[in-house]
Design a protein around this ligand. Sequence first.
Ligand code: SAH
Ligand code: SF4
Ligand code: F3S
Length: 467
Amino acid sequence: MSLLTSDISYPAEQQAYAERVKRIVCADGRIPKAQVVTYGCQQNVSDSQRLKGMLSLMGYEITENQEEADFIIFNTCAVREHAEDRVFGNVGATKKLKKENKNLLVAVCGCMAQQQSVADRFKESYPYVDIVFGTQVFHRLPEFIYKRLNSGRRVFELEIKNEKIVEGLPVDREDRFKGYIPIMYGCDNFCTYCIVPYVRGRERSRSAEVILKEAKQMVDSGYKEIMLLGQNVNSYGKGSSDGINFAKLLRRVNDIEGDFRIRFMTSHPKDCTEELLEAMRDCEKVERHLHLPFQSGNNRVLNSMNRRYTREKYLSLINSAREKMPDIAFTSDIIVGFPGETYEEFKDTLSLVNEVEFASLFTFIYSPRGGTPAAILPDPISRKEKGIWFDELLKAQDRIAKKLNNKAVGQVVRVLIEEAAPADGYLIGKSSGTLNIYVKGDESLIGTFKNVKIDSYSNVLYGTIIE
Ligand code: SAH
Ligand code: SF4
Ligand code: F3S
């Protein structure tokens, strides 16, 4: 499904380019096919939905089958080295496809492409890549395709101007009852290990008016869950003239009439305020889940990461959230083996994990990113040693997850039935926190809310729909 995100319209110039591309690629009534390959975080998934919206506007039909595609675009991630290696490999594989399909166009965009060194590598060593563009110009996709088709020259565009966000992009949300709304782009935090502020540019918030309009439009067309997205949603609205910060925005989205839920990602502990926790408590549609990455449980490491909070501050936030919402579930991101981290310091991370009891964790071994301050710090601990610490962390988390799941047995929770389970006849329902519960039921229930009694736990939670 394709719809405009607001009635502020997509720039006329790009619409005109889209028309021209359509005339070329749809000549003789042909329906060209496009594949969008996405790496990285939800922000990229959300951007890809807009890329698909623009491609639909140009007459392309979206396909998952690379072999039949006339246009392939890789929307890339730069956060860790592993992600980048995969992209080079997968882009390389299109060389063969191009030999078979002379009309095939290949494009690379996103966070990895934004780095000059990467763009240069595509320019010099991947001559079959037609278009490379960065994170702040992705609304210009129709222009790039037109220029490539019309001039025959390859297109490289990495401009970062940190200007106002271009609104009105068409979006293909794919899912019919769960959807993303990006509320801000970029990041100003410059954690010393992280590439995101360099490749996404400065923090820029969308106007509350546009966000609320988009949310209302989604609720009116049957969406049951809205996820508000940003690298640091807690600094939403900084510097805006309407005075709407993230806590206020949550309350406004909550005020939209309808039976739906609100989630958000990601919160930075340094900007997580009492005002926000109070808004969460007061808003019945906001889910009882807080993803609050702490990265390390040791104050020296946190300082070296430039995270600008302490272990004590983090724990006091957790306690305050629990006081207000006793049933809240926490999740977090952790980096193991930051340069200079000792085993003793890593044990502070482990003890914090044991103390908080997170529902789940996203754990990463530190990956040096060129151009970031941490990449030049001494890093004496071997990868193998870091791997041992990492496994210790996983084991601790595994025990905690089992404990929390066992504790959930007997509870009655309201779930959104999200999908059919791999096991026959089961559906997966998601609680307002983070529990996934397998229930028996017909697939027609997907996309509806149900009350479920949790019966048992063995590897997964099983429950029964009670109404
Ligand atoms: N803005 C979000 C994080 C986005 S990146 C936040 O601050 O919470 C997602 C996660 O990737 C980070 O939380 C961090 O745990 C991890 N990460 C980022 N850079 C990394 C690096 N160089 N090596 C390993 N993990 C990294
Ligand atoms: Fe990266 Fe830190 Fe920004 Fe998150 S807050 S995107 S970890 S710089
Ligand atoms: Fe990756 Fe960019 Fe997201 S670096 S994690 S896709 S913001």
